[in-house]
Design a protein. Sequence first.
Length: 348
Amino acid sequence: QSWTIVPDFTHHAHSASLSAVAVNNRYVVTGSRDETIQIYDMKKKIEHGALLQHNGTITCLEFYGTSHLLSGAEDGLICIWNTKRWECLKSIKAHKGQVTSLSIHPSGKLALSVGTDKTLRTWNLVEGRSAFIKNLKQNAHIIKWSPDGERYVTVITNKVDIYRLDTASITGTITTERRISSLRFITDSILAIAGDDEIIRFYSCDSQKCLCEFKAHENRIKDIYTFEREGQHLIVTASSDGYIKMWNLDLDKIKDVPSLLCEVNTKARLTCLAVWLDRASEMKENSDKAATSSRAKEDEKSSIVRKKKACWTDTSDKTAKKKRKIIPEKQELEAPLQKKKKKLNSPA
């Protein structure tokens, strides 16, 4: 299957460069140096409005499911937004300096944030208050939970510290030659790290060993995103060279270089990246496949019935008659299925 990247929706969103982007199943939100957060409805492909709560560059944005959005900025605030009415539920003075990064626990009950005041803070999102403060030796600029919520990582310049949730202590450290610009968990124990060079590296959180590295771009990599589709692990990278590239990663052969699926030159200096997946069309695709496979099974069953009928005709006329009755019923069942299929496939 060949992949292509084509512009689908383009909008002059901000009066300054973009600094953060986040997606959920319906919306894309962008943060900028112009101190605003813009909302886009991806189902309707329209601008949905702006959020004006921060003073200073928006540094981080993260959705929790379909219900909440967290934003952090240079003003030291973390804002919790309701995504139904887009109102600010709570504004927390999180750090004395800037909020550099935040990450929501998979349970939605906890969040972690780091700032330029050299602290790592744990937030109780149920009560909207600080739960724990840890002093760091230097300013961390990235924090991220693992998908299972069992561990989290902080990035200080070119160093990744891996923490366990239950002990809140460092279990390992990964050091790279250059400053780290982006980091993603591919699995609960494998990290993809991109830095101020053209190379992407995969590391094991357990052994802290580099599993694979490859040159992805001609210039520094600004952001990296991973997602799974139909059993395929895909990695998307954005670079200052203006290229967005998509890679197919085989987890069984993690030591092999991922294969390049497609690339596009945006002719822009890229700063951040996110992938919005159209879950609705994906679900429709899957239901179409399920309908097709169930029809194939029905056909298979009816052919088995015909075979059995042929065998049983020789032994007993009564069973043959019984089996003959089943066949037309099968055919009647298949007919409406085919009509439904036609309806499903017809354009809306």
